[in-house]
Design a protein around this ligand. Sequence first.
Ligand code: NAD
Length: 510
Amino acid sequence: MTTTSAEAEAPAADGLPSVPHWIAGAVTAGSGERSGEVYDPALGVVTKRVAFAEQADIDAAVAAASAAYPAWRDLSLARRQSIMFRFRELLDARKGELAEIITSEHGKVLSDALGEITRGQEVVEFATGLAHHLKGEFSEQVSTGVDVYSIRQPLGVVGIISPFNFPAMVPMWFFPIAIAAGNTVILKPSEKDPSAAIWIGRLLQEAGLPDGVFNVLHGDKTAVDGLLTHPDVRSISFVGSTPIAQYIYETAAKHGKRVQALGGAKNHMLVLPDADLDLVADSAVNAGFGSAGERCMAISVVVAVEPVADELVAKVRERMAGLRTGDGRRSCDMGPLVTKQHRDKVASYIDIAIADGAEVVVDGRDVQPDGDPNGFWLGPTLIDRVSTSSRVYSEEIFGPVLAIVRVSSYEEGVALINSGAFGNGTAIFTNDGGAARRFQHEVEVGMIGVNVPIPVPVATFSFGGWRQSLFGDTKAHGAEGVKFFTQQKAVTARWLDPSHGGVDLGFPQN
Ligand code: NAD
């Protein structure tokens, strides 16, 4: 299957550049004939093709990661960390290049692309200090002359499967910790925006990472299933939609793997009557329409405790009038949606809202974008008086559509949040510390903001939701990330002592 770099990146038959796999420190076109189209969503045209892995490519990636594992595992922790330090410095210096790649395939505006890289970089920084987190435990003299201690060791080859909406940050939630802990990695990025992963592979190599420690396999269900079922892949870290997360969890677990599978979301912002409505309106607009709503921590429902809704809707609408939707390279506020199909699906919820009797305050279909007319545009959309029986309320839309639900009390708002399928993020806006404290205690959601609309925890904490937003019991990064990518040994040791007790078939009684 060996291909030269030039062959792997040669234009496909239709003249489009192709995005190759990255296996054992080199690009490869792979063994298969199948490929996917990569769009520039702001132009609405196919700009590249991405190779789709077949079984031979999956086997080659796993073989490369397996071959690299023993030497990488046995390299000193100090040396592994120093490579993370170099990677951090290179990434920081050159993140503008990566942001441009992200914007050209995802569509998000450049400043937002830089923001996602910065959040991923935090995890790289965490991994530079992994020695602290890998420290074991030690208990002296648990029995006469006997000590017990624990050791954390890597798993081996680990798989990461990531979604389109954060092509740099989500892989960086996982691989810095996995690699610094001594594992070798196969990343299967989204086929919609695959190039960021290859750029990262090259940068890791430049930072001194040995070949085969980080590999990228592109593709669809074939590539994913290949990783889920391969006997030499020890764990799977997945981020994506809930139905696929559940499938990943069940299939990987059935094949004996450790799994963390983060799913979809429908995040509510609860607004109490005493809140600062200017802060709320700014926050709702930022969290609802940033990245065109294609964020798992986007706010998609504002739950307004009356009597604030009329005033709040007016303030949100006023701010929306100032938003510029357009090409992410033109200093706009919001870019296009990722594909035409996704744009049309998101827009269809506006018709559903009308049919269900909601009030469309701002209709994003009327947007005049600052960009190519063929781009996948949908402007910020505000829908008031959304019924909780409407699909606009219950389903994850994953676009720039903000719903307002009016309730009469704090209790009604919390009951609503706790009754949904998802439990990723939520926020309360209030000036009442007691109410905020009660909310954090009562709400059944994994990440909570108090006057903070997108409460993504910093890298020293762990990221993950509850209920159908996370399958498995381990969140991403922070202490839970270290636990996920290591397995523990407990050693019970006694050094020769003349007082040992001779033969005794019973459990020791100290
Ligand atoms: P997706 O589930 O369609 O795809 C995610 C990954 O799974 C991709 O790599 C894709 O190639 C693969 N995949 C898709 N269909 C598959 C199938 N049938 N079998 C095997 N693999 C398959 O998700 P997406 O559209 O790329 O991303 C958006 C979704 O991700 C949203 O639901 C969003 O909420 C969620 N998300 C969640 C978090 C979180 O932390 N909980 C973070 C980011 C995104």
